[in-house]
Design a protein around this ligand. Structure first.
Ligand SMILES: Cc1ncc(COP(=O)(O)O)c(C=O)c1O
Length: 399
């Protein structure tokens, strides 16, 4: 290949209905093309302060918020790296693929991991945590995932938090898929560390992790006996850059922060409660359509996410072939199953900018044509018709 052959960047347009990233509003994309400032420029610090303030509103906290310059897994690792010392006992609630990722990370940090495993596709019974705490009263940290994207389940947190604090431990929660798509009350639920990702219900660029940290957790990191093993993911050092002293740490990804800033502003302009309702009403439309096509939604109604719907791949159907055909012919991305759900579940995300009624109709129309070609008969038009009726029950304003 000669030097001149590459030409301008060319990427196909997609309707992103997988587990993230989601589509992003042009206003967010425009913000990302704003000229770059220095990361120690006072004008940039003002933007960081805005981001931090907007995150306090969205996380519902008066405590510290900031952004880790790494993806959601980076926010996960920053929390574990900062709150675990080698040999600490950590109880890790596990009901999906991302819970397993946390367990892997904690093991690598030298924690003594006690994993409390429960069924994928179901919320975990807090009694399991109570039992694990009675058997391990010296626990230092408990971890959970609010919205397990791999399993499509919303995990209630209040009881887990109560049990954790009764045992004198800290409570770390993954809110990658829940933030701005489900109710989040960081202070009321007494969470000590939460991390998220902009690429889901916030509809921002992937590759960052907005976090919230309690005063107790920050005190702990600042006074722990040994320094966290990762310098880059040390929450204390990152908080000192985001705090009033703005201590130099790393070169901040300025363009990404501009995009996140705009995505947060859009979420607040819409109103977080309205955005949560938009997720609920749009998902109800999708579920009505899928039910009308005779597809099985395995997560019980009271436990399922609105942001992401898990669908059983019908017996004898090639999961990958269907997804590829929908991608190639309709430019719609839907998600594959992970871990225990690999090959036997599809996952349709309706998050952030991708959470729109017309996207529901488009993906159902694609299913209606493609599924029969692979041997699963459906009544043509039934999914779109049922979804239209359900979607028509509410006004769903999309900003
Ligand atoms: C619940 C959950 N946690 C963590 C992650 C990891 O985030 P990232 O891919 O941004 O590292 C994801 C990604 O989908 C997720 O859904």
């Amino acid at each position: 290949m000669s030097d001149g052959e590459f030409g301008p960047l060319s990427v196909p347009r997609r309707m992103l209905l997988g587990p993230g990233p989601t589509n992003v509003h042009p206003r967010v994309l425009r913000a990302m093309s704003t000229p770059i400032t220095g990361y120690l420029d006072s004008a940039y610090f003002e933007i960081l302060e805005e981001i931090s303030e907007m995150l306090q509103i969205i996380y519902q906290t008066r405590q510290t918020t900031m952004v880790v310059a790494a993806s959601g897994s980076g926010g996960m690792e920053a929390g574990l790296n900062s709150l675990i010392e080698r040999g600490d006992k950590v109880i890790m609630c596990s009901y999906g693929h991302f819970c397993d990722r946390m367990i892997e990370m904690a093991g690598r940090l030298g924690a003594e991991v006690v994993s409390v495993r429960s069924e994928w596709g179901r919320a975990m019974d807090p009694a399991l945590l109570a039992d694990a705490i009675s058997a391990n009263p010296d626990v230092k940290l408990v971890t959970a995932i609010h919205a397990e994207t791999s399993a499509g389940v919303l995990q209630p947190l209040e009881e887990l938090s109560r049990l954790t604090h009764e045992a004198g431990a800290l409570f770390l929660v993954d809110m990658v898929t829940s933030l701005a798509g489900a109710e989040v009350r960081f202070d009321d639920w007494e969470i000590d560390y939460a991390y998220s990702g902009p690429q889901k219900c916030l509809a921002g660029p992937p590759g960052l992790s907005p976090v919230a940290v309690s005063d107790t957790a920050l005190d702990y990191v600042r006074n722990r006996a040994t320094k966290p093993s990762s310098w880059y993911l040390d929450i204390d050092l990152i908080s000192r850059y985001w705090g009033p002293e703005h201590v130099h740490h790393h070169t901040s990804p300025v363009s990404m922060m501009f995009g996140l800033r705009e995505a947060l502003a859009m979420a607040l302009e819409e109103g977080v409660d309205n955005r949560i309702k938009r997720h609920a009403h749009t998902a109800a439309g999708l579920r009505a359509g899928l039910n009308a096509l005779g597809l099985n939604l395995p997560v019980p109604a009271a436990e399922r996410l609105d942001q992401l719907t898990v669908i059983e791949v019908p017996a004898g159907i090639d999961d990958n072939a269907v997804r590829q055909q929908i991608l190639n012919e309709y430019a719609i991305e839907i998600g594959r199953g992970l871990g225990e759900f690999k090959g036997n579940k599809w996952r349709i995300g309706l998050m952030g900018e991708s959470c729109q009624p017309q996207n529901v109709l488009a993906v159902l129309a694609a299913f209606e044509r493609v599924l029969p070609l692979h041997g699963f008969e459906v009544a043509a038009g039934a999914g779109v018709a049922a979804a239209s009726i359900e979607l028509g029950k509410h006004e769903i304003p999309v900003p």
